[in-house]
Design a protein around this ligand. Structure first.
Ligand code: CA
Length: 347
């Protein structure tokens, strides 16, 4: 008898599951030929996708399918629902007009999949941050008309960060709708990628976490949450390292404020970790191992952590690990589905 039959019948929703329409993959393939020096990270991340190997072809098939193939893989691992989102770096490396059109197309395709399989998919909106006003309009459309549950942005856009004033229209829409922004990794920005390259550390091994945790801290230090009190940020990969550092960040921020006579260190109305506790939620994507999940639950609380697989880059075959966690069934239900339903307002 297959071991899966012994698994408990928890409802399982995973919330960081990537999609790319064939048109976006084709735009990526063309962009790789441009050799844009600003997009070294994109080239390092995506360069292997189109080498024709069996592994790459399977990845492309998984990324671009929203039908029976993806559903059969979900069924094989007991996943009832995926919260879909655009893959990294999405459209953020493309020229603005092309990026705006492809974000709309991606959202239309995800919306169609949700309509066809309402019990199996929900979606987070893609947008093109390099055109902030168009991005805000697209988020309005996706959330207001298509029923999307939030947005996903792949960290920096050509070296620019969401705390910069030009991106205010995007944060404004999310704050008004009170839906989460999934701040998903990207490779380090052009300003910071060089030391990662000699040993290929720029993607999921380390660069993703360094880049995305930096971005999250920039939002806090820039006072974004004082300006947008309803803004909620979701971090994957067990919080990209931040949960381990909450006390140290508070302690050192307070110290540097106390000795700063040049006005370099931001004065915040609360300790940095208070913003994290109030405005951040976390997922287990790529970190479905016992120690990181248990630490995350201890540091952030059982109401603030959601299960995610990170399909198709990571396996959905995490059921044995998650089911074996030393947790009450009530906490497993929160982790596997109930927190996602509450935080993303899923039906
Ligand atoms: Ca991911």
């Amino acid at each position: 008898m297959p071991t899966t039959c012994n698994a408990k019948q928890f409802d399982r929703i995973c919330v960081e599951e990537a999609y790319a329409p064939p048109e976006l993959l084709e735009a990526c393939r063309r962009a790789l030929e441009q050799n844009d020096p600003m997009e070294l990270g994109f080239r390092r991340l995506t360069g292997g996708y189109f080498n024709g190997s069996a592994g790459s072809n399977l990845l492309l098939r998984r990324l671009s399918d929203l039908g029976d193939f993806r559903l059969s893989e979900m069924d094989a691992h007991g996943i009832r629902k995926q919260l879909l989102s655009i893959t990294s770096p999405g459209v953020q490396h493309l020229p603005a007009s092309e990026a705006v059109a492809l974000a709309q197309l991606t959202n239309d395709r995800m919306a169609e999949a949700v309509r066809q399989h309402r019990d199996r998919f929900d979606a987070l909106a893609a947008c093109a941050p390099q055109a902030p006003d168009a991005a805000a309009r697209e988020l309005e459309r996706a959330i207001g008309q298509l029923g999307f549950k939030g947005a996903l942005i792949n960290s920096h856009t050509r070296g620019e960060y969401l705390d910069e004033p030009k991106f205010a229209p995007i944060l404004e829409v999310l704050n008004q709708w009170r839906v989460p922004l999934y701040l998903h990794p990207n490779t380090p920005s052009p300003q910071m990628i060089q030391p990662y390259l000699p040993h290929a550390l720029e993607t999921a091994t380390w660069g993703f976490a360094a880049e995305t945790s930096l971005h999250a801290l920039r939002l806090i230090m820039a006072g974004v949450f004082d300006r947008y009190p309803h803004l909620v940020i979701v971090l994957g990969h067990a919080g990209e390292g931040l949960p381990l550092c909450l006390e140290r960040i508070d302690d050192r921020h307070a110290f540097f404020v106390s000795v700063d006579d040049r006005g370099l260190v931001p004065r915040l109305s609360r300790a940095p970790s208070e913003y994290i506790h109030e405005h951040f939620r976390f997922t287990t994507s790529g970190q479905n191992f016992t120690r990181p999940v248990m630490f995350l639950l201890q540091a952030l609380g059982s109401d603030n952590v959601m299960y995610a697989a990170d399909y198709p880059y990571e396996s959905m075959a995490t059921r044995q690990t998650i089911d074996a966690l030393p947790l009450a069934d009530s906490d497993k239900r929160k982790l596997l589905a109930e927190n996602a339903q509450r935080i993303f307002k899923l039906e």
